[in-house]
Design a protein around this ligand. Structure first.
Ligand code: UGA
Length: 439
């Protein structure tokens, strides 16, 4: 078993740390936020993720995991330091690597034993080479430090499961020593391991995410055409899914992809290509389609209603997908400001993300309109003139077609997640607009 330090306790770092502890390694998670560290030491997870808190508590009690702001003590005798810090998008689309650089320098100044630095964060191809050089430049003690790439493939909402039962572990190394250590660290997971070089590992992460983003944008593009020619995107997707070369997953057309990964990683690869004098036309198309998709329903509703001024607008779902409280790049963030600008009185429901949303849009009047947060979808629908569905939470799916008809002043629904059957809504007397299906 290894002594592992993890830098950063966001989705990537914390989940990795907890799962390493669960598999028997001795783990110390490092963060700069003292309050957050105290919270985690008391067994509370700073992020909403199914099953995480239980594993945090179990492994803390067993003495296999601890949390600290004292990076020196965590790094000095670690066999491996995993980097799970953020790489946010800069305005030009490139990745901001300042957090990576900070941790790399701290590692260089702290390590007293040979140590493998493993970059889990998504970083542009070639970054690991630079991190290794950077560490060598700042190294204080006469020890061996190498850098390996080990990209993370977990999805929010199923992060623990995705880590414990990953479909593959990509390890990008430049030496046998590094490759063997990573293989041993992952041995207790019993998962397929793909050893490649560092740059390939970095590229596998972007190429995988951007392929999935492309798949979604492709389905959204086809969905928009389906509407124009009288086809149904869900039937089309089902028909396509039997072809194993296409697969059944990630074929859901909707209101566009959000989250902290696809939007950022498509921009980053597009930027990397440009930097290298190449144009990635496919990825560029995925970005463009997604941008338009996010406000497609708002535009349709605007045409239908003329104005939102003074209308009660029910908004069901605020997060970028169910199972998370994360709002990053969520479609709600593209639509709510437009509705408020138009003077809409919004009644918003989200079972987990409402508090985060209220930090950005506090309850009460905003400009011409207003926003009120409610506990149940039905409260939002009561006397509403129009309803937008942005996230397919179970609570939202639980609203029956009849309830829209019964509760709303005008049963007019714009569904960005294709939750309902077109015929079921028609039968209930609801005017129903969804994505890629008959209006
Ligand atoms: C994504 C990838 O799925 C993970 O494999 C990857 O590790 C992660 O990014 C990352 O790079 O860290 P995540 O962003 O958490 O994970 O969520 P997804 O479930 O992939 O959903 C992303 C967006 O695509 C959501 O807005 C979702 O609603 C949308 N989506 C997904 C669709 O519109 N249609 C689909 O068929 C699937």
């Amino acid at each position: 078993m290894y002594k592992i330090a993890v830098a950063g306790t966001g989705y990537v770092g914390l989940v990795a740390g907890v799962c390493f502890a669960e598999k028997g390694h001795q783990v110390t998670c490092v963060d700069i936020d003292e309050e957050k560290v105290e919270l985690m030491r008391s067994g509370v997870s700073p992020i909403f993720e199914e099953g995480l808190e239980e594993l945090m508590q179990k492994n803390f009690e067993a003495g296999r995991i601890d949390y600290t702001i004292d990076y020196r003590s965590a790094y000095k005798d670690a066999d491996a330091v995993f980097l799970g810090v953020g790489t946010p998008e800069k305005p030009d689309g490139s990745a901001d690597l300042s957090y990576i650089a900070t941790v790399a320098r701290q590692v260089a100044e702290s390590v007293e034993n040979d140590c493998l630095v493993v970059v889990k964060s998504t970083v542009p191809v070639g970054t690991n080479d630079k991190v290794e050089q950077f560490i060598q430049d700042f190294l204080v003690n006469d020890v061996k430090v190498e850098v390996a790439s080990n990209p993370e493939f977990l999805a929010q909402g199923s992060a623990v499961h995705d880590t414990l039962y990953a479909e593959r572990i990509i390890i990008g190394t430049e030496s046998e020593w590094a490759e063997n250590m990573l293989k041993k660290i992952y041995e207790p997971f019993h998962l397929p391991i793909v050893p490649v070089n560092r740059r390939s590992a970095e590229m596998i992460k972007y190429a995988s995410n951007d392929f999935l983003a492309l798949k979604i944008s492709y389905m959204n593009d086809i969905a928009n055409l389906c509407e124009l020619v009288g086809a149904d995107i869900q039937d089309v997707a089902e028909g396509m899914s039997f072809d194993e070369r296409i697969g059944a997953k990630f074929l859901n057309a909707g209101i566009g992809f959000g989250g902290s990964c696809f939007p950022k990683d498509t921009q980053a690869l597009d930027y990397l290509a440009k930097q290298n004098g190449y144009e990635l036309q496919t990825v560029k198309a995925a970005i463009d389609v997604n941008k338009k998709q996010k406000t497609l329903l708002y535009k349709k509703a605007s045409n239908r209603l003329i104005t939102f001024n003074g209308l009660k607008v029910a908004v069901l779902g605020l997060t970028f997908k169910p199972g998370t409280d994360d709002l990053r790049e969520a479609p709600s963030l593209s639509n709510v400001p437009l509705l408020l600008e138009q003077g809409a009185d919004i009644y918003a429901f989200d079972p987990v993300g409402a508090d985060n949303f209220a930090n950005l849009y506090p309850e009460g009047p905003i400009g011409q309109g207003s926003i009120t947060y409610v506990q149940k979808p039905q409260e939002a629908l009561q006397d509403a003139n129009v309803c937008f569905i942005f996230t397919e939470w179970g609570e939202v799916k639980g609203v029956t077609p009849d309830q829209y008809k019964k509760l709303m002043r005008t049963p007019l629904v714009y569904d960005g997640r294709n939750i309902y059957g077109v015929e079921d809504m028609k039968r209930a007397g609801v005017e129903y607009h969804s994505i890629g299906r008959e209006p």
